[in-house]
Ligand binder design. Sequence first.
Ligand code: FES
Length: 110
Amino acid sequence: MSPGKKDDIEAHSIENTPINQFRLTLDGENHNVPISAGDTLLKAALAAGIDAPHSCTKGRCGTCMSWLRSGDVSMDSNRALSPNNIERGYVLACQSRPSSNTPLWLDFDL
Ligand code: FES
């Protein structure tokens, strides 16, 4: 393996180190929410005692729709979102998990 190739792999690994907290805005207040690897943003918010809007937790109702101001997530399901909402950066908190180490900011004050 060439030295350049090894550097590429290390950079890729650092880039994919999951975040361990994110910023959440709800009712005009900002919170720093700890999150464990594999947890959804909604699960982390509820565990932190934040009463984030939710209902089905299955990606069906859209109650947890929020705006991803920054960061990257992967969604297990986005059926409750229109293509236009997805285009504009809306996500379902109950279906979203961080997918990069970019600082993540989720805003429920739509
Ligand atoms: S709580 Fe229903 S879609 Fe997230």
